[in-house]
Design a protein around this ligand. Structure first.
Ligand code: ADP
Ligand code: 5GP
Length: 189
């Protein structure tokens, strides 16, 4: 409920829906926020740094952490593994920090289940499929085949949006920023 302090701000959307853009906006708008760095087996993209966007690791290391119960949630997405490290959340909560997550919809719902009182879930909904497809292409980070795989998941993802605390249609970016700022302000005050 707005007005209740939340320590875990979880952003989710279909791929290309605007999570990283909105996460970056929140991090530069509210200095008290910190990005939750996930573990992944996906190869690093050119401008990414280990320990900044992700903790990049190979499959054996990822599964070792999973089996040691070091992850709160994990998903296989587009043939790669992603997971939230318990240590990342524990550290932030112990230091009184507020975390911003960029995770898929299933991961978001798992976080809500694990931390029902601390988390708030925000879903960024594409205005329409054409816009989403265009944005995925514009990003130039996926091949055409990967773009098609990502688009196939969209229906399932939008279907779960009613389980989120807030849904924002990410059409005009300035409006999205304004709406998300208003929501987050209420939770971190
Ligand atoms: P995600 O992290 O959810 O995969 P991104 O934040 O990388 O999505 O956004 C995908 C692309 O769409 C990026 O190039 C981003 O700059 C662009 N984008 C995001 N939101 C908007 C918007 N409202 N209007 C126009 N372009 C946008
Ligand atoms: P990308 O490879 O484009 O960085 O991310 C692909 C998808 O994985 C995105 O939907 C992103 O939000 C999601 N993701 C990133 N980290 C995690 C995580 O720790 N857990 C889950 N469930 N999804 C994640």
């Amino acid at each position: 409920m707005p007005g209740t302090k939340k320590k875990l701000i979880v952003l989710s959307s279909p791929s290309g829906g605007g999570k990283s853009t909105v996460a970056r906006f929140l991090l530069r708008t509210f200095p008290q926020l910190q990005f939750s760095i996930s573990a992944t087996t996906r190869p690093k993209r050119p401008r990414e740094t280990h320990g900044r966007e992700y903790y990049f690791m190979d499959i054996p290391e990822f599964f070792r952490k999973l089996q040691n119960n070091e992850m709160i949630e994990s998903e296989e997405i587009f043939g790669q593994y992603y997971g939230t490290l318990k240590s990342e959340i524990d550290k932030a909560l112990n230091q009184g920090k507020t975390l911003v997550f960029d995770v898929d919809v299933k991961g978001a719902l798992s976080l809500k289940e694990a931390y029902p009182r601390e988390s708030v879930l925000i879903f960024l909904k594409p205005a329409n499929m054409e816009a989403l497809e265009q944005r995925l292409r514009k990003r130039h980070t996926e091949s055409e085949e990967q773009i098609q795989v990502r688009l196939k998941r969209v229906e399932m993802e939008i279907g779960k949006s009613n389980e989120f605390d807030h849904v924002i249609v990410n059409d005009v970016l300035a409006d999205t920023f304004e709406q998300v700022k208003e929501i987050v302000e209420k939770y971190i005050k």
